[in-house]
Design a binder for this molecule. Structure first.
Ligand SMILES: [Ca+2]
Ligand SMILES: [Ca+2]
Ligand SMILES: [Ca+2]
Ligand SMILES: [Ca+2]
Length: 377
């Protein structure tokens, strides 16, 4: 018995030591504030699934914010509420419509952004959209994917297993071409409906430093995959996706993963920040340039170390959420991440979009979403 206790104490000591080592490398963050527009916090009533992306959209030298959102057909309750509105209220009401992306142009300065009203991202002559289903709306990632000097945008979708590519148009910053599906050998040759292809969320970085964008993607299962681009910067050519690994074992999170490749601890090696269904944000420290093997994941909110190779059961999402407890600095679940130097102090800050329930009402609960900014200390 005594021996067993000793063993347990050693295990606890080792795990907390490992956790502290990782945690001390984590950037410390200020208390958050929510992004506002037209003097009010940006809310996504009836849609939620705020998916932020920050960059200079219109090329005037000031950062703008693009926020993806989700929607589904209106619930009976919401429809009844809409029907009872007067004309003015109806005009102001945001109807659910499918996954779209709001563009908020910065009318303040680059250092202190101020946003007014938004317009919807346009593609193929209409609002750019993804079909709404389950748990992902428009999930934007902007970059010049095809190397023609014009930035493009991508988004995942719940069904279909593809990442959509919307090509930017020269001289028309607010318009994009109608989407095409990004061809990948594993999406073409294998079943499109396998669980691992549901709800793909893709973010990009030149992971192997060969001059083109490689893809890191998550899914409904909470897995994270790396797809190497062997193209030439003008034309992509993805090879089969491989699971991102920790000590040789696949990386798993508590479902609906949104992996963002970024050098979060500033050591010159790309790390992963992964947002989860349980509202946690997990830091996976990169070990070596271009290698899809990472250090074990640490919660940036609680210091909890996630065991590699352990596939979580869906019900453990609630457990993970409870473990976050008071340390979770926002309500809700299913967080989507972005990074940007928001206040121009040369330190990378974190943006978190969430989905939260306004009114507990079973299946027809009203939801919304906000975008939180965490400045780095
Ligand atoms: Ca382009
Ligand atoms: Ca590359
Ligand atoms: Ca790093
Ligand atoms: Ca900053």
């Amino acid at each position: 018995m005594k021996k067993l206790f000793f063993f347990a104490a050693v295990v606890i000591a080792i795990s907390s030591f490992t956790a502290n080592v990782c945690y001390s490398q984590l950037p410390q963050l200020e208390k958050p504030f929510r992004v506002e527009a037209a003097g009010k916090v940006i809310d996504l009533p009836g849609s939620g699934h705020a998916a932020p992306f920050v960059f200079d959209f219109n090329g005037d030298g000031k950062k703008d914010i693009i926020i993806g959102e989700f929607s589904a057909p209106m619930s009976k309750k919401l429809q009844a509420r809409y029907d009872a509105m007067n004309e003015e209220q109806k005009k102001a009401f945001v109807k659910p419509f499918g996954g779209k992306a709001r563009i908020y142009i910065n009318t303040g300065s680059d250092k202190s952004p101020v946003f007014g009203d938004y317009t919807y991202l346009q593609a193929g002559g209409t609002d750019a959209g993804v079909l709404p289903s389950c748990c992902i709306g428009f999930d934007p990632f902007f970059m010049d994917f095809d190397g023609d000097g014009i930035r493009d945008v991508t988004s995942g979708e719940y069904f279909g297993g593809f990442i959509h590519f919307y090509k930017g148009i020269k001289g028309k910053p607010f318009e994009f071409e109608a989407p095409v599906d990004i061809a990948q050998p594993d999406t073409i040759l294998l079943s499109k409906r396998g669980m691992s292809k549901l709800m793909r969320t893709a973010n990009f970085v030149d992971f192997d430093k060969d001059g083109d964008y490689d893809m890191v993607w998550g899914n409904v299962n909470g897995e994270v995959y790396y797809s190497q681009n062997k193209g030439n910067g003008k034309k992509y050519e993805f090879v089969n996706s491989v699971p991102v690994t920790i000590k040789g074992l696949p990386l798993y999170t508590d479902g609906k993963s949104d992996p963002l490749p970024v050098d979060w601890d500033n050591d010159g090696i790309v790390d992963l920040l992964v947002g989860t269904e349980a509202a946690d944000i997990i830091f996976f420290k990169g070990i070596k340039k271009g290698n899809a093997e990472f250090e074990p994941g640490v919660s940036i909110w609680t210091n909890k170390v996630y065991d590699p190779g352990v596939k979580p059961k869906y019900l453990q999402v609630k457990k993970s959420m409870d473990e976050l407890g008071e340390n979770r600095p926002y309500p809700g679940y299913r967080v989507r991440l972005a990074v940007a130097d928001w206040n121009n102090d040369k330190k990378m800050d974190l943006l978190v979009g969430n989905t939260f329930v306004i009114d507990e009402n079973g299946k027809n609960s009203d939801i919304s979403g906000n975008v939180y900014v965490f400045l780095r200390k």
